[in-house]
Design a protein around this ligand. Structure first.
Ligand code: SF4
Length: 215
């Protein structure tokens, strides 16, 4: 996990009672440790490393992608391959810092040959891990990157129909948009993703006023 977790390590190891931020850090780390040894679905068989995600325990934005790719599987970190470069460039363009965002995906292990994760795989992984990560971090907005994430968390099959909207489900505000891989293939989608990230930045600045629309 990210460096913030490391700062509370001493407290956790010493058995000192932890509250607030350190409690979040300890709970996030517990989820990450479970993910690293998880075998709840078949995807664990082909992974090099599971990719729990990374970022501050009190991030106001959580980005949720589809699944680790080859480079993510190799490094054990999210969005460090080609899509990560596109994402990083867009975040920088709109004035968001990656270090302030918690980044993860709907499944934490790389699917074989980068195929799309199957329904039973992402449902298992979300129930076991992502739901808990959202509960711990309590981000103002969960930004869903791409159609698989939107389908997995919101049940919407067409990302184009919900992209750029704020949707509330089970008390969580979601903001679906395109996947950076799509933005890397088309200038039009890159521009659209940039626009959505600008909107996301403004949404988070005014998060107390957010209401969203029930799905
Ligand atoms: S994808 Fe998720 S549920 Fe499946 S083995 Fe990996 S961590 Fe466990």
């Amino acid at each position: 996990m990210g460096e913030v977790i490391g700062r509370c390590e001493g407290f956790v190891r010493a058995g000192v009672s932890v509250t607030g931020k350190c409690d979040r850090v300890a709970r996030l780390r517990a989820v990450a440790e479970e993910i690293l040894v998880c075998s709840l679905c078949g995807l664990h068989k082909g992974r090099t490393r599971a990719v729990p995600g990374e970022g501050p325990s009190e991030a106001r934005i959580m980005l949720v992608g589809e699944a680790p790719g080859r480079e993510e599987d190799f490094q054990g970190r999210p969005f460090v391959g080609r899509s990560g470069k596109v994402l990083g460039g867009i975040l920088q363009d709109v004035g968001l810092r990656r270090e302030e965002i918690f980044i993860t995906s709907v499944v934490k292990c790389r699917p074989p040959r980068n195929r799309m994760p199957r329904r039973e795989e992402y449902e298992t992984c979300i129930r076991a891990h992502l739901r808990r990560q959202i509960q711990v971090v309590e981000p103002s907005v969960v930004c869903l990157l791409g159609g698989v994430a939107a389908r997995a968390l919101l049940g919407h099959d067409r990302i184009t129909q919900v992209r750029g909207q704020v949707l509330r489900k089970d008390g969580v505000l979601f903001f679906p948009t395109f996947h950076p891989a799509a933005a890397g293939r088309s200038r039009i989608w890159r521009r659209a993703l940039s626009e959505d990230m600008s909107t996301l930045r403004e949404l988070v600045r005014t998060a107390v006023h957010l209401r969203g629309y029930d799905t």
